[in-house]
Write a protein that binds this ligand. Structure first.
Ligand code: SAH
Length: 221
């Protein structure tokens, strides 16, 4: 019964992504139709899981707005063969979406409790091509590099150099970058033979990226 209600809400969310936000990638829309977003939010907020907004999760962090998840996924231009690195797994929702779009997802989350729960949720949905580990993701994850796509779900002062270095030629990195912790632009970096090109995809607001190549101290706590 409940499951059916969420299925209809999910369908409406996907229609909104298409009509209101011009998300066109059918693979992304399908992944968002499949993954049960309500599983990734605190139980008390489940009825709001499919709304057009971010929601709070544990440890003062947030699950990103559905539009942002769709947009960042679309900008990565993944295929079934892609290997992806995600920084800031949080609830694991974006991780699950990436797992539907790519061959393998390596996800990093700096808060141990969130990393553990994200991994458990993903497994409970029968997704086995995504691994969540707990450490400072601004260093990247060199053991599995190079990546076709890197997605950073937290805002930093600049693009962390190790993440660019771990991109394949032709690979894409999507990250919110801004001079303050409060506001960022969504930046896409595409690596090429000579170096890389950088595009600006408009304003956004994420929780801070904290680490060696991010903001240095955690003033949000
Ligand atoms: N895509 C996630 C977004 C979670 S918010 C979701 O939709 O649920 C961003 C997350 O980035 C937070 O959980 C925060 O703890 C994490 N984070 C911040 N800095 C990080 C770092 N250096 N390495 C790994 N994770 C980091």
């Amino acid at each position: 019964m409940f499951g059916e209600e969420f299925r209809m809400q999910r369908e409406r969310m996907v229609e909104g992504l298409r009509s209101r936000y011009q998300i066109k990638d059918e693979r992304v829309l399908n992944a968002m139709r499949e993954v049960p977003r309500h599983v990734f939010v605190p139980e008390a907020l489940q009825s709001r899981a499919y709304g057009d907004h971010a929601l709070p999760i544990a440890a003062s962090q947030t699950i990103s707005q559905p539009y942002i998840v769709a947009r960042m996924s679309e900008l990565l231009e993944l295929t079934k063969e892609s290997r992806v690195l995600e920084i800031g797994a949080g609830s694991g929702y974006q991780t699950a979406i990436l797992a539907k779009l790519a061959a393998q997802v390596f996800a990093i989350e700096r808060i141990a409790e969130l990393a553990r729960e994200a991994q458990a949720r993903i497994r409970s949905l029968g997704i086995y091509n995504a691994t969540v580990k707990c450490f400072d993701g601004t260093f990247g994850w060199n053991a599995h590099a190079p990546y076709n796509g890197v997605l950073v779900a937290a805002g930093g002062p600049e693009v962390p150099e190790p993440l660019v270095a771990q991109l394949k030629i032709g690979g894409r990195l999507v990250i919110p970058v801004g001079p303050t912790r409060e506001a960022q632009s969504l930046v896409r970096v595409i690596r090429n033979e000579e170096g890389y090109e950088r595009e600006d995809h408009g304003p956004c607001a994420f929780v801070p990226l904290i680490g060696r190549y991010g903001w240095t101290t955690d003033e949000t706590k």
